[in-house]
Write a protein that binds this ligand. Structure first.
Ligand code: SAH
Length: 235
């Protein structure tokens, strides 16, 4: 089996990279900025693809995630893509900082496109998720929730309205973009997200995010390891 993780930030990926001893293939995606790390696990392939950097900072967000996912699928031909990273969540739904979720749905929350229902439906996305996601979440004991994606770290009232109308629970900046590209290639996708901040608790999202990033990234490494072990033992 070939499993490819798509991760936005180096800090989010580093504990996972260290845990699995994946080694970088420098320049693999040139001229794209994405970075590729790989290793073998008992005849299976583990790839970790990062969006990459520009001017010294990580390329977070949908555009970079789409580019990384497309390059990864075309050049690595994974059987499964896993978008793992951090997210915001809602205290009112019982979320706590450091919680790990596996997604049971993924869509956009900041694409307000007027027109008929077809335009609205296409804008929101709602892409298919790997059909074993619920089985894996139940087996390992992770919560499940719907990821909604937008291009900003903050949350405007119009974003919240769409999130609430669609029962979104986890707010990120890449998930739906990764899932969109996977849907085009019919590549199964799972999302594993760890909560750095609570969207309904504090306006200081960035400060809280920075404070919890290292802890949440270790939680992701643990979660990713459990999912990999489960998949490779069972497949
Ligand atoms: N300038 C920041 C960049 C962080 S952007 C820095 O220096 O660290 C936040 C990243 O974490 C994105 O990749 C996004 O997917 C995720 N994220 C965490 N909490 C989020 C939230 N509340 N809303 C949206 N994205 C969030």
């Amino acid at each position: 089996m070939k499993i490819c993780f798509i991760v936005a930030m180096q800090a989010e990926a580093q504990p996972f990279i260290d845990r699995f001893g994946v080694s970088e293939a420098p320049g693999f995606f040139l001229p794209l900025p994405c970075k590729m790390y790989q290793t073998d696990i008992d005849g299976n392939k583990l790839y970790v693809v990062l969006n990459g950097q520009q001017q010294g900072s990580d390329l977070v967000g949908c555009e970079a995630a789409s580019v990384a996912t497309m390059a990864a699928i075309q050049q690595l031909h994974p059987d499964l893509v896993i978008n793992s990273g951090t997210c915001g969540a809602f205290k009112k739904n019982g979320a706590a900082i450091g919680d790990v979720y596996i997604s049971n749905g993924v869509m956009f929350h900041d694409r307000r496109v007027p027109g008929d229902d077809a335009w609205g439906t296409q804008s929101l996305g709602n892409y298919p998720i790997f059909d074993r996601a619920a089985e894996i979440a139940n087996a390992i004991g992770f919560k499940m929730g719907k990821v909604t994606t937008g291009s900003s770290l903050d949350m405007q009232p119009c974003d919240l309205q769409i999130i609430e109308e669609n029962h979104g629970e986890l707010k990120d900046m890449e998930g739906a973009a990764v899932a969109f590209v996977c849907s085009l290639f019919k590549t199964p996708i799972m999302l594993i997200k760890s909560v750095t901040d609570l969207c309904d608790e504090s306006a200081e999202t960035f400060e809280i995010f920075k404070k919890n990033l290292a802890m949440a990234s270790h939680a992701i490494a643990d979660a990713n390891e459990k999912v990999i072990n489960y998949l490779l033992k069972k497949s």
